[in-house]
Design a protein around this ligand. Sequence first.
Ligand SMILES: O=C(CO)[C@H](O)[C@H](O)COP(=O)(O)O
Length: 151
Amino acid sequence: MRISVSSDMDEPVARLLVAELRRRGHDVREHGALVPGADAGWAVCSEAAARDVADGAADQAVVCCWTGTGASIAANKVPGVRAALCTDAGTADGARRWNDANVLALSLRLTSGPLLTEILDAWFTAEPSQDPEDRQNMARVGRLDAPRNDP
Ligand SMILES: O=C(CO)[C@H](O)[C@H](O)COP(=O)(O)O
C-alpha cells in the first residue's frame, strides 16, 4: 500500500513507524519533521498527509503528534478523510471495521514500540465489515460525506 506518514516531532517512535511500515512492504511518503526543512507544524503536516489520501496519491495515512489529537483534528478537516485516533489495538480494529477509517492518528507520547506493533497489526488485518448486520453501519459511514444541514 502507498502510505503517507506525518509527524510534527522527530521522535524515535515516528522513525520506528516509518521503518515498520517499510518492513511490512508499504511504500512510505514522509511529511513534517521526518523531512529536513519541511513545515513540521502539526496542523500543516497532518493535513498534507491526509490530502495525499483524499487526492489518491496515497491509499492510507498515519498522522502523529504528541497527543495525537491535533493530528487527527487536522486530518479530519480534509473532505473524504476519516481519521481515527487509536491508542490500542482494539480501537484500531474497530476504526477499520466500523468506521472504514483511512487515516490512523497516533499519539507520540502514548505509543510505545510494542504498542505500535499491536496497533499496526490490528489496523492492517481488519477490513470494513461486510456483515449484513453491519450494513446499517456502512450507511452511517456514508452519512459522513452527506451535505450538512440535511435532516
Ligand atoms: O500534540 C500536539 C498537538 O495536538 C503537538 O505535538 C504539541 O502541541 C506540540 O506542538 P508544538 O511543538 O507545535 O507546540
